[in-house]
Design a protein. Structure first.
Length: 293
């Protein structure tokens, strides 16, 4: 298990990461979200040990992560790691060897992954000759090649087409199913919601929310949508109900509790013509906007 303990990084007056504490349990996929400049890259760099924290520690299986342990983490840095002018396969094999793999197994695995991700005929091309999305595929392959014990990926899905997103998600799932903890940052909140076991929201360097998307949703206000065949203006007069949005036959409300919601439904049924009465669960984007506000 990977643990971040009170990681703090200061750049002059800027607190890029401020007491960042959370866990990435074995076999779990954790999504790291936050606006531009929130501190995600800074935090991931500290996890990898490429940036020294001002204070705080990274632990692996309960003890401070050593350089040797971190060498076994697969990393996809924000600035990407592959050299544009070198051929794809040779470079992947070289990087895997740096992580302790033998050349032959590294080559076999790299070819297998390149083939799986549609790059079989590009193995001898220079990285810069690939499209951006294909370079991104090669970058992800580089991160997973050395049989990593943990994966730290800075925006691995940016620029990927939907097919590649599905392929890469499956690849990451294969690693979590073998017990590897995976931390990845992303601005694609629907994707994070779909893929991750839990989510950490960073805002101005601080963790402002953390948990499964279900748990984050549980903290959100109770909301219902009522749609009828007539005008729903009468809802404004129902005690305990706050109207968020009303447009003729459809109204979005925040009842103060479930009982009030049921009373509203009873009133609506008594008036007749109910078309829809449904609980509205916030999207991760809405939760994010709320906690980052
Ligand atoms: N080398 C540096 N020198 C000075 N300030 C820095 C440096 N690196 C990052 N920062 C500052 O630290 C803060 C956090 O930046 P960071 O790149 O970690 O955010 P991020 O969440 O990864 O953003 P994005 O989503 O835009 O990639 C920002 O205010 C940034 O300007």
């Amino acid at each position: 298990m990977l643990e971040l303990h009170n990681l703090t990084r200061r750049y002059g007056d800027v607190l890029a990461a401020d007491d960042v504490t959370f866990e990435v349990p074995s076999g779990r996929m954790v999504g790291f979200v936050g606006g531009n400049g929130a501190g995600k890259t800074t935090t991931m760099r500290m996890v990898m040990g490429v940036l020294a924290p001002t204070s705080g520690e990274v632990h692996w299986d309960g003890t401070p992560a050593t350089r040797a342990v971190r060498a076994r983490f697969g990393y996809m840095p924000e600035e990407r790691g592959l050299y544009p002018k070198q051929p794809v396969l040779g470079q992947l094999v070289y990087l895997a060897q740096l992580h302790g793999m033998q050349a032959q197994p590294a080559r076999r695995r790299a070819v297998e992954l390149l083939d799986r991700f549609g790059l079989a005929d590009r193995v001898d091309d220079k990285v810069e000759e690939l499209s951006l999305g294909n370079q991104q595929r090669a970058q992800i392959i580089a991160a997973v090649l050395g049989d990593p014990v943990a994966l730290i990926l800075d925006e691995p899905f940016s620029g990927l087409d939907p097919t590649a997103v599905d392929q890469m998600s499956e690849l990451l799932r294969e690693h979590t199913s073998q017990g590897v903890p995976v931390l990845f940052s992303s601005h694609q909140l629907d994707l994070v919601d779909r893929l991750c076991d839990s989510i950490v929201v960073l805002h101005q360097g601080r963790v402002v929310a953390e948990g499964t998307s279900e748990a984050l949703r549980a903290d959100a206000p109770l909301r219902y949508r009522l749609t009828t065949t007539g005008d729903t203006g009468w809802v404004r007069g129902v005690a305990g109900v706050t109207v968020i949005d009303l447009e003729g036959p459809s109204v979005l409300v925040e009842p103060q509790d479930e009982q009030v919601a049921q009373r509203l439904l009873t009133d609506a049924v008594a008036r007749g013509g109910v078309r829809e009465f449904s609980r509205i669960r916030p999207t991760l984007s809405e939760i994010y906007r709320e906690v980052a506000a």
